[in-house]
Design a protein around this ligand. Structure first.
Ligand SMILES: Nc1ncnc2c1ncn2[C@@H]1O[C@H](COP(=O)(O)OP(=O)(O)OP(=O)(O)O)[C@@H](O)[C@H]1O
Ligand SMILES: [Mg+2]
Length: 399
């Protein structure tokens, strides 16, 4: 099975690229699903489906061509199906805490519920081997980073908080009932959460397994878009995901001779070259601006040709993991590819067997291999694109 995750800045062409990739793979006989992770869905529009403006097939997959399905999640349906007990408790709690009923129901939609709902589907499809290829059409960069950080955050919550919380409530419930009028979560609430966690079990491993999941970054040859792409590139590396292609979309073709576009064309050339330098050795796929909006199967097929030519998009196009664990001369090193930033942008910490790497607003808990887990980080230095973190005994000197 393959999972391809399409990410990039708003409006660069993610949904079009994801859809065209799906069309390409399905035409060669592989059972393919394109799933929209963006609550502002436009996937069905790009396939020019004749369904009503608001008809999302209740969030279930829709067949759009031979071997090709699309799916746009509907959070209200997901709440009905998956979140009953959890949602009910939160809505009651908020209502009792003074919010009116409607507002309480609104607020009880937790941030992350959409993402977790998509993860539930992804895991279900993996377990059932329902599709050979799943293509994830992400919301703009920040959201997609949140999406991939959710499995680790959940695992952390389950390991560190959940069981403890459940035990505490079990113990205090009889006493606390006399002390507060706030509804306490019943054990059924925890049992429902536990069932959700069980259904998510394993999805994090699949999403971080570079033999299954790779990221395709979509960008445009423009200064501001490329800056965001560089940040996204670095953050996906931090989350230990392999980016196996960068698609540079909306390049003006040579035939555009209009004086008005001359400056655009010149600056696009500069930024194309810059992109090649910045993202090498990850393969780059340039895509020209089409003469019209890319909508419907026929144009999507042309778009997939324009992106990939003879390349099979479901192949792994680049393999090198951004993380390397080494040992030489008795010194253990963890190297993380974190391009485009410097030492001042990174903060490191250690908690138990985990190294915590924080960059900007994101942090990653890196579970260390057993032989390194007991060692303390002794210093970190950038060497080119790589941050090398040295580990040693607790008494060694720090850089
Ligand atoms: N190479 C291209 N030539 C012409 N039109 C294009 C090209 N790529 C994308 N488009 C058009 O640009 C519009 C936006 O593309 P798309 O919806 O794929 O972007 P997106 O990155 O998914 O946006 P969002 O961030 O809103 O989800 C669409 O109307 C699409 O048809
Ligand atoms: Mg989109």
């Amino acid at each position: 099975m393959r999972i391809l995750l399409f990410a990039g800045k708003g409006g660069v062409g993610k949904t079009s690229m994801a859809a065209a990739t799906g069309v390409n793979i399905a035409r060669r006989g592989k059972k393919t699903l394109v799933m929209s992770l963006d609550p502002a869905h436009s996937l069905a529009d790009i396939f020019d489906s004749d369904r009503g403006l608001m008809d999302k097939n209740r969030g279930q997959p829709i067949l759009v061509a031979d071997n090709l399905w699309i799916q746009e999640l509907d959070v209200q349906e997901e709440i009905k199906q998956n979140w009953g007990e959890v949602y009910r408790y939160l809505a009651i709690l908020l209502n009792v805490s003074g919010f009116d009923k409607i507002l309480a129901e609104e607020l009880a939609i937790l941030p992350g519920m959409d993402e977790v709902s998509s993860l539930l589907y992804i895991n279900k499809y993996i377990r059932e081997q329902a599709y050979q290829v799943i293509i994830l059409d992400c919301a703009p960069t920040g959201e997609s980073l949140r999406f991939i950080s959710i499995p680790t955050a959940l695992e952390w919550y389950i390991k560190k908080i959940f069981h403890l919380e459940r035990q505490i409530f079990k113990a205090v419930r009889p006493v606390a009932r006399h002390l507060t009028s706030l509804p306490l979560p019943e054990d059924e609430y925890f049992a429902a959460l536990q069932r959700l966690f069980d259904r998510l079990e394993g999805v994090d491993r699949v999403l971080s397994d570079p033999r299954v999941t790779t990221v395709r970054l979509v960008t445009n040859p423009e200064k501001v878009v490329l800056k965001e792409t560089q940040r996204a590139f670095m953050y996906f590396c931090l989350y230990q995901m392999v980016i196996d292609a960068v698609i540079i979309n909306r390049i003006f073709p040579p035939a555009v001779a209009d004086q008005f576009f001359q400056h655009w064309k010149q600056s696009q050339e500069e930024y194309l070259e810059l992109a090649h330098n910045r993202f090498a050795p990850v393969p780059i796929f340039p895509v020209e601006f089409f003469q019209r909006e890319v909508v419907g199967l026929e144009l999507l097929t042309s778009l997939s040709q324009a992106i990939y030519g003879a390349t099979h998009p479901e192949d792994i196009l680049y393999q090198e993991s951004p993380y390397r664990f080494d040992k030489s001369n008795g010194i253990y090193t963890l190297s993380i590819r974190l391009p485009f930033i410097g030492a001042a942008d990174v903060a490191l910490g250690k908690s138990g067997e985990e190294l915590i790497v924080r960059v900007g607003g994101f942090k990653r808990h890196v579970l260390l291999p057993r032989n390194m887990a007991g060692l303390e980080p002794q210093g970190a230095k950038f060497d080119g694109d790589y941050l090398n973190v040295r580990f040693g005994g607790v008494d060694e000197h720090t850089d």
